[in-house]
Ligand binder design. Structure first.
Ligand code: AMP
Ligand code: GLY
Length: 424
C-alpha cells in the first residue's frame, strides 16, 4: 500500500510516523515533508499548496490513499480534484472545508444548527464596526473571516485594541481578502480544549481530548502562536462531557451541513471553551490540530489506516478507534523570536540522545536537512513528545528529552500541562 501525506509540519511527521507503523506496513510519501519525515518515509519535493503539482504526482504514482494535513489545500479543493482522478483522499471537500475557511460560514452553520457558540455580528464597513465595538465595550474578540495564518483573531481587553484590530482588517487590509469581512464576537471565559472527531458524514467517532498552549510564554503570556505544546487527555473535558459534545456540537453541525447539501468526511476539529454554561465552540478546523495530533496519535492503540479509509468509504464504526491508557505530552521547541521573526539554518544537536528517553519521540516541524545535518527551517522547530503512565510521568519524560536537544536561541515553555495539575 502506498500513502501520500500532504504537508511538512509536526502534524504531518506524526501522521507519517503512525502510518508507517500500521500493520499493512504502507510505503509512505510526504510532500514536502521535513527532516523528520525524510528519516522514515520518502519526501516528495512538492509544496502543500501546489495543488496542480500534487494532483499531477498522484495521477502518475496512483497512491492508494492521500492524507491531507493542512487547511489551505483542503480549502482549495485538493480532495475534490483527487477524487475526480479516482484517488482516495482523506479530508473534507472544498465545500465542507469552508467550516474553517470562512468564519462567517462557520458561524452561520452554528447559529442555524443551534450549536452553542459566542454571539457574533458581521461587518464589512469599518465605521459601523467601530460604532458597534464602542457600544458593547471590551472585552471582545475581532476575527477576520478567512485564513490568515493563525493571525486573524484578536482577543481585545480594551476598546482601543478592538478599534485597532477593526482598522487593520477593514481599512489597512493587512489580511487581504481574508479580512474584508470581520466578526465582532462576545468574549467567552473558561478553559480551552480541543476535541476532534472522525466522521464519514453520518457517524462520528470522537477522539481523545487535548489541550493546546497558544501563547508564546509561560503562564499563558505573550503573543498567540500556532501552539507551544499540548497534552492528552485534557482533564477539563471530563468523560461525562462527551455525550453532550457529540449531541450538541458534532451532531447538529453535520446535520446542518447535510441540509445544505454538504457531506463532511474527514476529521472535524472543534476548539471549545469550557464555560460555566457548558462547552461552546470557538472555532472549527477542517483538519487534524497541530500540535494536538502529536499527543493524540501516540495514544491510538490500533491502526490508523482503516479508520481513515472508513471515513472516506462511509463505513466508520467506533470499534475502529481504541485508546491506550497512557497520557501524552508534547513540548514545542521553537526558534527564538517566534511568532515574530526568527533565525533559520541553525544546526540541531542531541536528537539521538532525546530519542532514547523512555517512550519519547521527537516530531519534527520546521526542520530541513543540510549536508546531512538537521537544521532549523521554521518557527516551530520540534514537538518533543512522550507517553507516560499519567500526565506527570509524560511531562517529566518530555522535558527530559527536551534537555538533550540544543540549537541556537531555542525557546520553549516550561509549563506545558501545568494547568492539568492545578485542576486536581
Ligand atoms: P481561533 O483562531 O478562533 O481559535 O482563535 C484563536 C484563539 O483566540 C482561541 O484559541 C482562543 O484562545 C481565543 N478566542 C477566540 N474566540 C474567542 C472568544 N469568543 N472568547 C474568548 N477567546 C476567544
Ligand atoms: N493547535 C491549533 C490548531 O491546530 O489550529
Amino acid at each position: 500500500m502506498n500513502i501520500l501525506v500532504v504537508g511538512g509540519g509536526g502534524r504531518e511527521h506524526t501522521l507519517v510516523w503512525k502510518l508507517v507503523n500500521d500493520s499493512r506496513r504502507p510505503k509512505v510519501f510526504c510532500a514536502p515533508g521535513n527532516a523528520g519525515t525524510a528519516e522514515i518515509a520518502t519526501n516528495v519535493n512538492i509544496g502543500a499548496e501546489d495543488i496542480p503539482g500534487l494532483v499531477q504526482w498522484a495521477r502518475e504514482y496512483r497512491p492508494d490513499l492521500v492524507v491531507v494535513g493542512p487547511e489551505a489545500p483542503l480549502c482549495e479543493g485538493l480532495v475534490d480534484l483527487l477524487e475526480k482522478e479516482g484517488i482516495k483522499a482523506f479530508g473534507p471537500s472544498k465545500a465542507a472545508a469552508q467550516i474553517e475557511g470562512s468564519k462567517v460560514f462557520a458561524k452561520d452553520v452554528m447559529v442555524a444548527a443551534g450549536v452553542p457558540t459566542a454571539r457574533a455580528s458581521l461587518f464589512t464597513d469599518a465605521d459601523q464596526a467601530l460604532d458597534f465595538v464602542r457600544s458593547i465595550g471590551a472585552p471582545l474578540v475581532i476575527k477576520a473571516e478567512g485564513l490568515a495564518a493563525g493571525k486573524g483573531v484578536t482577543v481585545c481587553t480594551t476598546v482601543a485594541e478592538a478599534e485597532r484590530a477593526v482598522r487593520e482588517s477593514l481599512v489597512d487590509g493587512v489580511f487581504g481578502a481574508a479580512g474584508r469581512r470581520i466578526l465582532v464576537e462576545e468574549f467567552l471565559e473558561g478553559e480551552e480544549a480541543s476535541i476532534m472527531a472522525l466522521t464519514d458524514g453520518k457517524r462520528v467517532v470522537i477522539l481523545a481530548s487535548a489541550q493546546d498552549h497558544k501563547r508564546a510564554y509561560d503562564n499563558d503570556e505573550g503573543p498567540n502562536t500556532g501552539g507551544m505544546g499540548t497534552y492528552s487527555p485534557a482533564p477539563v473535558v471530563t468523560p461525562d462531557r462527551y455525550p453532550a459534545i457529540e449531541r450538541d456540537v458534532f451532531g447538529p453541525t453535520l446535520a446542518e451541513l447535510e441540509r445544505r447539501g454538504i457531506r463532511y468526511q474527514g476529521v472535524l476539529y472543534a476548539g471549545l471553551m469550557m464555560t460555566s454554561k457548558g462547552a461552546k465552540v470557538l472555532e472549527f478546523n477542517c483538519r487534524f490540530g497541530d500540535p494536538e495530533t502529536q499527543v493524540i496519535l501516540p495514544r491510538l492503540a490500533g491502526d490508523l489506516v482503516p479508520a481513515l479509509e472508513a471515513c472516506i468509504d462511509g463505513t466508520l464504526r467506533p470499534e475502529l478507534v481504541t485508546w491506550r491508557e497512557e497520557a501524552c505530552v508534547c513540548v514545542v521547541m521553537a526558534a527564538g523570536g517566534y511568532p515574530g521573526t526568527y533565525r533559520k539554518g541553525d544546526e540541531i544537536r542531541g536528537l539521538k540522545q532525546a530519542a532514547v528517553v523512555k517512550d519519547a519521540v521527537v516530531f519534527h516541524a520546521g526542520t530541513a536537512l543540510r549536508d546531512g545535518r538537521v537544521v532549523t527551517s521554521g518557527g516551530r522547530v520540534l514537538g518533543v513528545t512522550a507517553l507516560g503512565a499519567g500526565l506527570r510521568e509524560a511531562v517529566d519524560r518530555a522535558y527530559e528529552a527536551v534537555s538533550c536537544i540544543a540549537f541556537n536561541d531555542a525557546m520553549y515553555r516550561t509549563d506545558i500541562a501545568a494547568k492539568a495539575f492545578r485542576r486536581r
